[in-house]
Design a protein around this ligand. Structure first.
Ligand code: DHB
Ligand code: FE
Length: 289
């Protein structure tokens, strides 16, 4: 059976791609953020996941204001990188796992999540940069297959934190019922607090980010109590990308432990956070005779 071995969540600002292209990973500005991936690299080297299920938010590349699915799942053979205009270098294509994608899609629909299923899917910085950060030395091919899952964070009304938590639980259940012996890492990308537009442009709330980093490990249900309006007030209008972290955490069905956690502010306009969680299966009680 497939097993969720752990989960990584990270901020995904496009300027990370610029810093990689210019080789600035060890510059004083970027070092704390890039160094947060050292324990992630050691963990990946040890655990060697086969597939990443990446929960993120599309920024207007696949879906725009005219047609905006609340939740979408990719079911393609491969996912090509494009971006929505930040001019960062394009990364090599990502291999899909259509069989696993369709299994997740079937299970989500069965669990009453009316997602959009996509047999063509372009991926933007929110998908590509976290994988590049996980595997900085990968060449033309990536060491694992991928399944992209998007949550609308662009066009209101957005799904609630409670709904994203339940989506994550359904994704986790779907993965763990997949009959192939795969090691799956769930990746949640976005956040933490940031606002890119309007009178509060540049807004970051360190206290709230640190609270989220703690609660996502020990008491994620507490985060599902916030309304979207409260999240926007506390974390900024783009801080709603926190939903991807909540869904990521919902997918973890087992005994969850923190491997590493880093917060460094700012990267670009964002509270930069990186969190790695391990997930150990919990033995199911034997059914009563
Ligand atoms: C920034 C952050 C994002 O999440 C994003 O998608 C684009 C830009 C930023 O901080 O600049
Ligand atoms: Fe973003």
């Amino acid at each position: 059976m497939a097993r969720i071995v752990g989960a990584l969540s990270t901020s995904h600002v496009p300027s990370i791609g610029g810093a990689i292209a210019r080789g600035e990973q060890q510059s004083p500005y970027w070092k704390p953020f890039f160094d947060a991936f050292n324990p992630v690299h050691a963990w990946l080297e040890e655990v060697k996941p086969d597939v990443a299920v990446v929960i993120y938010n599309d920024h207007g590349l696949n879906f725009f204001l005219d047609k905006m699915p609340t939740f979408a799942v990719g079911a393609a053979e491969h996912y090509d990188n494009a971006d929505e205009g930040w001019g960062i270098p394009v990364l090599p294509s990502f291999k899909g796992d259509p069989k696993l994608s369709w299994h997740i899609i079937e299970n989500l629909i069965h669990d009453e999540f009316d997602i959009t299923m996509c047999q063509e899917f372009l991926v933007d910085h929110a998908f590509t940069l976290p994988i590049k950060l996980m595997y900085p030395n990968a060449g033309a091919t990536w060491p694992l297959k991928t399944v992209p899952i998007t949550i609308n964070s662009v066009q209101h009304p957005l799904p609630s934190a409670a709904r994203c938590w339940k989506l994550g639980q359904a994704i986790g259940k779907a993965i763990e019922s997949y009959p192939e012996d795969l090691k799956v890492v769930v990746v949640g990308t976005g956040g933490l607090s940031h606002q890119l537009d309007g009178t509060r442009a540049g807004y970051i709330n360190k206290d709230f980010d640190l609270l989220c980093l703690e609660k996502i490990v020990s008491d994620p249900v507490a985060l599902t109590k916030y309304t979207n309006r409260e999240i926007i007030e506390l974390a900024g209008s783009q801080g709603v990308e926190l939903m991807t972290w909540i869904a990521m955490r919902g997918a973890l069905q087992g005994r969850v432990s923190k491997v590493s956690s880093t917060y460094h502010v700012p990267i670009s306009n964002t509270g930069g956070a990186v969190l790695l969680l391990a997930n150990e299966p919990v033995a199911l009680p034997l059914a009563a005779e």
